[in-house]
Design a protein around this ligand. Structure first.
Ligand code: PEP
Ligand code: MN
Length: 338
């Protein structure tokens, strides 16, 4: 249930409704909107009787929420959420490009790639310091040293950074270094990690689980919002199918569905969807045409020597071409004549 306050409602009237909701044993979560405040009623076991709230000063309406997720739904917040990272706004009618290597391997590697991607138009630098690898014998990432290198990249290039957090033990450490906390596909339903992310002071990039429905993905995001962190960016990165011509199958249809159901921004990672370099540019073009709010792309200056995901990493020149093409597509859709 959502209680919608009128445009003229005062903060005191909103506070009185919050108290009335909580006095009935529910949790009230005010959601400030562009024009008015709505108050989500959470943790109700059954249907909520709206009549006591409808009679209160400043209340204009009560709307039942039809979806299992509440705080992430458009019903709850009709306006798009804009996630602000430094001077970069994600979800604000612009196209945000995140790029960098799969893993941070050395300071020289990270800075070389960062300079290339920045010159081509990337806004945010990506790179894993803690790597979730299928095999325990594969490179696991540089850990804290990788985070220090990311901080150096930010200092040198001015680009904010995004990196993955794998567990609660290293959460504080990762949070203290990064600008955006990434939760990977393998952890999308790690509920204790999601709860910790709900208490984080930084935005969270939540990748879609490799076999998750959109509803499960949005419910995972709901954990983070329910915990008090409304700064969530969703990332479609392909799902497992019978296809063997790519690592995963990029579910482009998730973009319009998520944009309709939720106010959260959605970006696309074509690299982990494709698993191979030759598909990354076409999938990026398609994602932007389908109105993703951004992209996350793996780039390496020496992909044949990369310690992880070399086969899907673009060469710097290919990334330059990708940026030109996706920006041209974005401009077509946003030109005044369309
Ligand atoms: C990554 O972005 O480095 C990564 C491991 O991605 P995913 O969780 O989508 O596999
Ligand atoms: Mn990777």
């Amino acid at each position: 249930m959502l209680i919608v306050m009128s445009r003229q409602a005062t903060p005191e009237q909103t506070e009185a409704v919050v108290t009335a909701i909580e006095n009935r044993g529910y949790v009230a979560r005010p959601i400030p909107g562009g024009e008015r405040v709505t108050i989500g009623i959470l943790h109700n076991k059954g249907p909520v009787d709206a009549s006591p709230f409808l009679g209160m000063p400043g209340v204009s309406d009560a709307i039942p929420v039809t979806k299992p997720y509440k705080l992430v739904s458009r019903e709850c917040k009709p306006e798009d959420t804009i996630v602000q990272v430094g001077d970069i706004a994600i979800g604000n009618g612009n196209l945000v490009i995140m790029a960098g290597p799969c893993a941070i391997e050395s300071e020289l590697q990270a800075l070389t790639i960062a300079r290339h991607v920045k010159a081509s138009g990337a806004h945010i630098f990506r790179g894993g310091a803690f790597k979730p690898r299928t095999s325990p014998y594969s490179f696991q990432g540089l850990g804290k040293e990788g985070l220090e290198i990311l901080a150096k990249v930010r200092e040198t290039t001015g680009m904010p950074v995004v990196t993955e957090v794998m567990d609660e033990d290293t959460f504080d450490l990762v949070e203290s270094y990064t600008d955006i906390i990434q939760i990977g596909t393998r952890n999308m339903q790690n509920f204790s990690l999601l709860k910790r992310a709900g208490r984080a002071s930084k935005p969270v990039l939540l990748k879609r689980g490799m076999a998750a429905t959109i509803e499960e993905w949005l419910m995972a995001a709901e954990y983070i919002l329910e915990g008090g962190n409304s700064q969530v960016i969703l990332c479609e990165r392909g799902v497992r199918t019978f296809a063997d011509h790519s690592r995963n199958t990029l579910d482009l249809s998730s973009i319009p569905v998520v944009r309709k159901q939720s106010h959260l921004p959605i970006i696309v990672d074509p690299s982990h969807a494709a698993g191979r370099r030759d598909q990354v540019i076409p999938l990026s073009r398609a994602a932007v045409a389908a109105e993703a709010h951004g992209l996350m792309v793996e780039v390496h200056h020496e992909p044949e020597k990369a310690m992880s995901d070399g086969a899907q990493s673009l060469y710097p020149d290919q990334f330059t071409l990708l940026c030109k093409q996706v920006n041209a597509i974005f401009d077509i859709f946003h030109s005044k004549s369309l």
